[in-house]
Design a protein around this ligand. Structure first.
Ligand code: F0G
Length: 347
């Protein structure tokens, strides 16, 4: 079974589409730690074909767009949606137009869009402005399908993350922490748990403090955070996200950029490399733990995208450097590093 459409077709209520797939879904759910009595699992969505959770929604949105005769797809993006739209459009032989905030998308994400042949339009404005532009263009052009998460097929596809967790744990977890930007994914997970009928976790929506409209209760005109993927001040799926948190008795929570970077480092030192937006979910779980406010387990954190997409941010905390040596002295260098490590442990 390749991809989430063949795996979960009966749950998606799809028209009779021929799937445009790259084998998305079936991502690892890693038992990460036990904090007191609470088991913490992390779902590695960076294991999707383009390195983020967006692929779950994109396979469905692009399959439907092609089925309905679209010739192109368009999206606004902080980078991951663009990369995913570009790849699935290429797979489905459609054109792709991506509108991004100039200077605020990582090089690797731009590169992904470029290698797949998408046209990138960089605007002098943030994600919220880019989304307003693409909505206007798609509304007045029948050949161009909008594949942002305001397209309901995107959310249906992203529901499959919830199905997978239930299939693996045998029930819904008690809580689900995930980063919130445009608020599509939290809405999709909530919808997914509700539809699957095996319980609904407390939805814990984690935002970066400088881009936290759902925590503050009002739009943020100039969002700012190291987690560029969620640098969003006017979430399009705000109403659905509020419903998800209220109905599930969950909460929205803000974490600082410093919290995000330290969560990214902790995950990396445990073998999991995620981008800052994804580390936000883990930073939220840590913050709840510190406040003694962690719900009873099991809890799942959604790590939405791989760290390979952001080569710059970890430079803020990496301590190691490359040891410049040669084939004769490599052994000696290793010996002295081992010695150093032993001394470090001894102290
Ligand atoms: N994590 C990552 C890595 C993301 O790229 C995004 C959103 C989110 C979390 C938040 O998800 O918007 O559904 O609340 N990225 C979008 C993009 C905005 O354009 O790639 P959300």
């Amino acid at each position: 079974m390749l991809g989430i459409i063949s795996q979960y077709r009966t749950w998606l209520d799809l028209p009779d589409v021929d799937p445009v797939t790259l084998g998305e879904g079936a991502t690892p759910l890693v038992p990460w730690a036990t904090w007191g009595e609470t088991d913490i699992f992390l779902k590695l969505e960076g294991a999707n074909p383009t390195g983020s959770f967006k692929d779950r929604g994109m396979t469905v949105a692009v399959s439907v767009a092609r089925h309905e005769g679209a010739r192109a797809v368009i999206c606004a993006s902080t980078g991951n949606t663009a990369a995913s739209a570009a790849a699935y459009a290429a797979r489905g032989h459609l054109s792709a137009f991506v509108v991004v905030p100039e200077g605020r998308v990582t090089q690797q994400k731009l590169l992904q869009s470029l290698v797949h042949g998408a046209e990138i339009l960089a605007i002098d404005g943030n994600f919220d402005e880019a989304l307003a532009v693409v909505r206007r263009i798609a509304a007045s052009n029948r050949e161009i399908a909008l594949v942002n998460s305001v397209n309901p097929w995107r959310l249906r596809g992203q529901e499959t993350g919830a199905y997978e967790i239930v299939d693996e744990l045998g029930r819904a977890p008690s809580g689900l922490a995930l980063p919130v930007g445009n608020a599509g994914n939290i809405s999709a997970y909530f919808q997914g748990f509700r539809r699957y009928g095996k319980g609904i976790p407390k939805m814990l929506g984690i935002q970066a403090a400088g881009a936290s409209p759902l925590v503050q209760g009002h739009d943020v005109e100039h969002p700012e955070t190291v987690a560029t993927a969620i640098r969003i001040g006017k979430p399009a799926s705000k109403a659905l996200a509020l419903e998800a948190v209220e109905t599930s008795n969950g909460q929205f929570l803000a974490v600082t950029d410093a919290d995000i970077l330290s969560a990214q480092k902790e995950l990396a030192r445990g073998g999991i490399f995620v981008e800052p937006a994804s580390a936000t979910a883990y930073a939220g779980l840590k913050a709840l733990r510190e406040r003694g406010a962690l719900p009873a387990g099991p809890l799942v954190g959604i790590l939405t995208g791989t760290g390979l997409k952001d080569g710059e941010t970890p430079l803020q905390w990496i301590e190691q450097t490359v040891h410049h040596t040669n084939s004769r002295t490599v052994g000696d260098t290793i010996q002295s590093l081992l010695q150093e490590a032993r001394q470090h442990v001894a102290h």
